[in-house]
Ligand binder design. Structure first.
Ligand code: SAM
Length: 251
């Protein structure tokens, strides 16, 4: 008898487990969660506190404002997670490496991460080092806690899991999947406040539509994200012609 593999699972360590699934309980991610395509396990870090006050934080060594999450309490919470050695161990952090679609795709292809959500001034460095936590940032701004950042990361992963999105194409054509931002989208009405849908999109000529989309995606990326544009593989680099993304046109 063959048993199916366990679904992709996000285990979140947080002081606020009631924030989960939150927005992940509705729409695409919510339906997939309800049907068992992925699993979510939000655990209270405070359950690993050992003193009578169940304290999880203390003042920063060296002085300064705020509080810091204790290494011993968090390490115990991490160590209590099953199969932790085989899973990516992430910590949401504004100091972390910025999250990219490429990293999201890697995480979606694995067993699912353990995610530590910081609070206060952050987490004692020794547990980050001792448990090999990978610090991940969702942008150059500071949130009050890691939970919203974790929800963001999980949402980005879940929509890439097999069976979650209706069509495979809806993931492969999107912004960043070809190193480009997505081309502009249009739908009915044909004219909105005097602005018509570009004629080419109504032409029925799939090759021309695909070429138009590629040109628009390239122009938008060059204008808005010179960093992405500069990082694109150049035709001259390998001596070969660079393969252009082929944008789908079948409804
Ligand atoms: N003192 C920290 C610093 O300056 O880097 C900021 C701590 S922040 C108030 C509390 C927690 O929110 C962090 O430990 C982290 O888990 C989360 N957080 C805040 N901003 C984030 C971001 N841009 N990306 C990911 N997590 C973030």
């Amino acid at each position: 008898m063959t048993s199916s593999p366990p679904p992709w699972r996000a285990t979140v360590l947080t002081l606020f487990p009631e924030m989960f699934p939150g927005p992940l309980g509705v729409s695409l991610a919510g339906r997939a969660l309800a049907s068992g395509l992925w699993a979510l396990d939000a655990r209270d870090i405070r359950a690993s506190a050992t003193d009578k006050h169940r304290s999880v934080d203390d003042t920063p060594a060296g002085g300064g404002p705020g509080m810091v999450l204790r290494a011993d309490v968090l390490a115990a919470a991490i160590d209590a997670v099953e199969a932790v050695a085989e899973r990516p161990k992430l910590m949401m952090s504004p100091r972390g490496r910025p999250l990219t679609q490429a990293r999201v795709a890697e995480l979606a292809a694995g067993p699912g991460p353990l995610i530590v959500c910081g609070r206060f001034e952050g987490i004692d460095q020794r547990v980050i080092d001792a448990r090999g936590l990978e610090e991940v940032s969702i942008g150059d701004y500071v949130l009050s806690g890691g939970e919203i950042a974790a929800l963001t990361l999980i949402d980005a992963c879940v929509r890439l899991l097999p069976g979650v999105m209706g069509k495979l194409e809806s993931g492969s054509d999107e912004s960043f999947s070809h190193g480009l931002l997505e081309y502009p989208q249009y739908t009915r009405p044909q004219v909105f406040e005097g602005r018509p849908i570009p004629d080419i999109l109504l032409s029925g000529d799939h090759a021309k539509v695909a070429a138009w989309r590629l040109a628009e995606a390239e122009a938008l990326t060059e204008k808005r994200r010179p960093d992405l544009w500069a990082a694109r593989p150049k035709a001259s680099e390998s001596g070969k012609k660079r393969k252009s993304p082929k944008f789908t046109t079948d409804g």
